[in-house]
Design a protein around this ligand. Structure first.
Ligand SMILES: *[C@@H]1O[C@H](CO)[C@@H](O)[C@H](O)[C@H]1NC(C)=O
Ligand SMILES: *[C@@H]1O[C@H](CO)[C@@H](O)[C@H](O)[C@H]1NC(C)=O
Ligand SMILES: *[C@@H]1O[C@H](CO)[C@@H](O)[C@H](O)[C@H]1NC(C)=O
Ligand SMILES: *[C@@H]1O[C@H](CO)[C@@H](O)[C@H](O)[C@H]1NC(C)=O
Ligand SMILES: *[C@@H]1O[C@H](CO)[C@@H](O)[C@H](O)[C@H]1NC(C)=O
Ligand SMILES: *[C@@H]1O[C@H](CO)[C@@H](O)[C@H](O)[C@H]1NC(C)=O
Length: 438
């Protein structure tokens, strides 16, 4: 038993060293365990201590990307756990998100909503959050209501996305009115069409918080190095682009000019912003009433050409040009003549926004599209008229005016956001957070 005696002696002599080894082992093991299972336990949240912190779980990467770009310089911090299929582009894929996932997040059922709240109500990271922001789907914010903090809803498309069943849509309207009734919250849309659309169904006086999309970092050049005008066609279900080009060719020949118009994807498989600003201008056959691309191009001061509202109404009736305007059309390929739910004000004289057959209704609602609200956009009444506008428009003048307008728009937007941030920074939640960390 000599070897046992020597081990015993070794342990006695090196007691401290053995203790140290044990400690290192236990500590290392738990660290690996925590890192693997729950990063929250070892992450440092101090960057959120002094600063207003927004939480987001969008299914669209661009609106939140733009908001970060606008508000990060003002000291706002973001916890962005994206559920979008394109999240790898912005490196914002949800990694430390629990209960909620891409599969259940578009319309989480009651049990998931409850589990989400139960999981996060005492979570150290969630305790740093001052406000939730929801663009797409806007209804994601229903999930955050139990947390009793600032909620910022900014619809970037028709706000019933994810709540199509009649009872779910009505419940969402009720919740949205509840959200709007609390002065800590904001109910907005990033465009006037969606702001008016929400008002039609809920009676809420929404505001418009548009995008700047200043992240493109390039601007229109007064000397174009590419001669082609770019055509952004409607979506691929719309059988009109071919006919448009045939008629355009006839008009160009008639005008005896050498103008060249090419569809975007023929010019570029994937484009950089710096590609777009080299061209003289962009012509749209719009598939939607507001898109991030139009925001981006307007901010880049690129001259834009759109069908006049009369022409677009005509083309929409004939070819469903603004294909993505209603969810019925997007999901079934068939437009409806009415919405699934009635308007908030049963006596309203405003026509149904989801009527895809009535000319005056389509006209009424299309006029709220971004491209009929912003100045310095060039409208054409026909394809012949487009050719003459392409020839006669003073592109550099238009671009300079857009640039001036963009500066004004930016200062107004920053002012609006500063007012919202001021309100959050005096909220009890934010003050409590600061108190705890001081
Ligand atoms: C908080 O925001 C301010 C600007 O308002 C910024 O200077 C500061 O660095 C931010 N703090 C942290 C911890 O990021
Ligand atoms: C809620 O959704 C989850 C997963 O999506 C499902 O497992 C569960 O059965 C659903 N619960 C109810 C009450 O429908
Ligand atoms: C929600 O928060 C507000 C302000 O922080 C507080 O006055 C109110 O009592 C809270 N409501 C609930 C239900 O906890
Ligand atoms: C919305 O604004 C209109 C006009 O200013 C006003 O008459 C109406 O009461 C407001 N509605 C709500 C819900 O605040
Ligand atoms: C229009 O003309 C261009 C250039 O001449 C040609 O490349 C294109 O194929 C024509 N498109 C149609 C639809 O005729
Ligand atoms: C709507 O119209 C009906 C009948 O004209 C009237 O009795 C009712 O008070 C109106 N409702 C509202 C909310 O104005």
């Amino acid at each position: 038993m000599l070897w046992m005696r020597s081990i015993h002696r070794f342990l006695l002599h090196h007691f401290i060293f053995v203790c140290f080894l044990c400690t290192v082992f236990i500590f290392g093991y738990s660290l690996i365990y925590f890192l693997g299972d729950d990063q929250n336990q070892v992450l440092d949240f101090s960057e959120y201590d002094d600063n207003i912190t927004f939480w987001s779980n969008d299914y669209h990467i661009s609106p939140i990307h733009d908001l970060k770009n606008t508000l990060t310089p003002l000291g706002v911090r973001f916890i962005d756990e994206s559920l979008s299929a394109s999240c790898s582009t912005t490196k914002t894929c949800a990694k430390h998100l629990y209960v909620l996932s891409t599969l259940n997040g578009m319309n989480p059922n009651q049990s998931i909503r409850k589990r989400f709240y139960e999981f996060y109500k005492d979570d150290p990271l969630m305790n740093h959050v001052d406000a939730f922001v929801c663009f797409h789907p806007a209804a994601m914010c229903e999930l955050f209501m139990p947390f009793n903090r600032t909620i910022i809803v900014i619809a970037s498309t028709r706000y019933e996305l994810g709540r199509f069943a009649v009872d779910e849509w009505n419940q969402w309207n009720q919740n949205l009115r509840l959200i709007a009734s609390d002065s800590r919250n904001v109910v907005a849309a990033n465009n006037l069409y969606d702001a008016e659309y929400i008002r039609y169904f809920t009676g809420i006086n929404t505001t418009v918080l548009p995008h700047m999309c200043a992240y493109t970092n390039v601007h229109y050049r007064s000397v174009n190095t590419r001669s082609e005008f770019i055509l952004f066609p409607s979506n691929s279900y719309v059988q009109f682009t071919q006919q448009f080009f045939e008629e355009l060719n006839v008009s160009i020949k008639k005008a005896k000019t050498s103008i060249i118009v090419q569809p975007l994807r023929k010019l570029y498989h994937t484009y950089d912003y710096s590609d777009l600003v080299r061209h003289p201008g962009i012509i749209y056959l719009p598939y939607q009433v507001s898109t991030m691309s139009i925001f981006e191009q307007y901010t880049m001061n690129i001259p834009l050409f759109f069908p006049s509202i009369d022409l677009l109404t005509e083309w929409h009736l004939k070819y469903s040009l603004v294909y993505d305007r209603t969810w019925d059309k997007v999901f079934t390929g068939k437009g409806k003549s009415r919405s699934a739910i009635p308007p908030y004000d049963l006596n309203t004289t405003v026509p149904d926004p989801n009527n895809e057959f009535d000319r005056s209704s389509i006209y009424y609602w299309l006029k709220y599209a971004d491209y009929y609200q912003w100045p310095y956009i060039t409208y054409f009444e026909s394809i012949d008229d487009l050719v003459s506008k392409l020839l006669q428009t003073n592109l550099n003048y238009i671009s300079e005016q857009m640039s001036i307008y963009n500066q004004r728009k930016q200062s107004k937007l920053l002012e609006d956001w500063q007012n919202i941030l001021k309100r959050i920074s005096t909220s009890s939640k934010f003050l409590m957070k600061k108190e705890k960390t001081q």
